[in-house]
Design a protein around this ligand. Structure first.
Ligand SMILES: [Zn+2]
Length: 236
């Protein structure tokens, strides 16, 4: 029975180590995911900015097209001026040219406004590009480190798991199942030391009879309060 208890203690120690390795590995994976999340967040902003720039440039191009056409019209109308016979018609055409030129000026101003907007967005784009490059650089350096740590810890994990299996194989299946349930439910502490009449897992007093029996008879007993498997200090 001492043997069983010592196997259980070994098992708990290995299981605690395995949990800790798994926790560390989760940390590595979370860190790797953070890089991906950050990069895709910035990439999303970049895509959005690029879309906005493309839209502005398209509307600027449309304005430009309209402007060129309107300038052609003005040139054509101006060419007609020397042929005009009447003063009235002359004044009317001049007025037409004047209106067209003013309209063109408006369009030019609109185009300038668009260009300014594009310039502002391009600054943002540059900033986000730099941010993305920084994330990628960091993720490459730290990412390689993390991948290495993951591979290394996986090897350790595999070894510990093999040891665990060989220890577990020596224990009765029902006890193993009980231990396993407790380990999960009791935060990685399935076993509890009984000392001075109390369970040190939950710090409750044990019935005196049970405690005495525990000291004298080597058998598997559980705490009536927290259900942990009790052991006494055997001086080892
Ligand atoms: Zn207890």
């Amino acid at each position: 029975m001492r043997n069983t208890m010592s196997l259980l203690k070994d098992l708990q120690e290995i299981d605690q180590e395995i949990s800790s390795i798994e926790g560390t590995r989760k940390g590595y994976r979370d860190e790797l995911n953070t890089f991906e999340t950050d990069a895709s967040r910035v990439q999303e902003m970049l895509d959005q900015l690029n879309d906005e720039v493309a839209l502005l440039q398209q509307s600027e191009a449309e304005l430009q097209q309209g402007l060129l056409k309107e300038r052609d019209n003005v040139t054509r109308v101006e060419a007609r001026l020397p042929e005009i016979q009447t003063q009235k018609e002359y004044v009317a055409v001049l007025k037409e040219i004047d209106i067209a030129k003013k309209a063109n000026k408006d369009v030019e101003e609109q185009m300038q406004a668009k260009q300014q907007e594009v310039a502002v967005l391009e600054e943002d784009l540059q900033e986000k590009n730099d941010e993305l490059a920084a994330i990628q650089e960091k993720s490459e350096a730290r990412g390689a480190e993390l991948q290495k740590l993951l591979v290394e810890s996986e090897a350790v994990l595999l070894k510990r798991t093999q040891t665990r299996e060989s220890v577990a194989a020596e224990l009765p299946v029902s006890l193993l199942r009980k231990y396993h349930t407790l380990f999960k439910r009791r935060g990685g502490l399935a076993l509890a030391l009984a000392s001075n009449g109390a369970c040190l897992g939950c710090h409750m007093q044990l019935p005196p009879q049970q405690y005495n029996r525990l000291l004298k008879v080597a058998e598997i007993q559980t705490c009536p309060h927290c259900n942990r498997i009790l052991y006494v200090d055997d001086g080892k």
